[in-house]
Design a protein around this ligand. Structure first.
Ligand code: COA
Length: 182
């Protein structure tokens, strides 16, 4: 029996398991995948322990390609404990970009959140330079609420000074999601 919590046409979403280590390490050790993430690229050794750390963690979905059983991505979805808002985030193996898988997974999580979990508001943030992420948020129907200038940094320049990032914030309310489906 499958342990998927959510399914879509091509994907199944379930909790992480320690046995996901190898597939998951493909994302975590890739500089391009980690560039806009709030952490440095992992070494292979570090990456291989990460799936175990996330084993059963309810803030994350492991995204599985149903046709092969391979783990191709991660979706983060957490109750921000702020008037019922949940935040969504995502990261996919670069070999599986440009196939619509990330958008399909994000839509499936949003449909489940609004339709089954009765979530009221979903938010997301993306570095304005992260055009793939911004395109994805707009593709799944999220609405830009604003841009926070120089609000965070995850890299330093050659002098050790922070490289500040501007963050675009997006949101979608349950009623907007319902309207988009009618
Ligand atoms: C952000 C990220 C998940 C986006 O992945 P992606 O593959 O570009 O996103 P999508 O799933 O929306 O795929 C979109 C592309 O697939 C194409 N595509 C191909 N086949 C498709 C299909 N069958 N169905 C839908 N789209 C398809 C679309 O046309 C689109 O390309 P376009 O933008 O040129 O039109 C990915 O770049 C990533 O993991 N980045 C690193 C981590 C990161 O930055 N996370 C966000 C931090 S805020």
């Amino acid at each position: 029996m499958s342990d998927f919590l959510i399914t879509s046409q091509r994907l199944g979403l379930r909790r992480f398991k320690a046995s996901d280590a190898e597939d998951f390490s493909e994302l975590l050790t890739d500089d391009e995948v980690c560039y806009f993430e709030p952490y440095d690229t992992y070494t292979l050794e570090e990456a291989l322990t990460k799936a175990e750390e996330l084993d059963g963690d309810e803030r994350f979905y492991a995204v599985i390609l149903k046709s092969t059983g391979k783990l191709i991505g991660k979706v983060y979805f957490e109750d921000k404990m702020f008037f019922g808002a949940f935040e969504i985030g995502y990261s996919f193996n670069r070999r599986f970009w440009d196939k619509g898988y990330a958008a399909e997974a994000v839509r499936a999580v949003m449909d489940n959140a609004f339709g089954v979990m009765n979530v009221r508001r979903i938010i997301a943030e993306a570095d304005v330079r992260n055009t793939r992420s911004i395109k994805l948020l707009e593709r799944v129907g999220m609405r830009r609420e604003g841009v926070y200038l120089k609000s965070a940094y995850f890299q330093k320049d050659e002098n050790g000074d922070p490289v500040w990032s501007d963050y675009a914030t997006y949101a979608l309310l349950k009623e907007e999601w319902e309207q988009s489906r009618s």
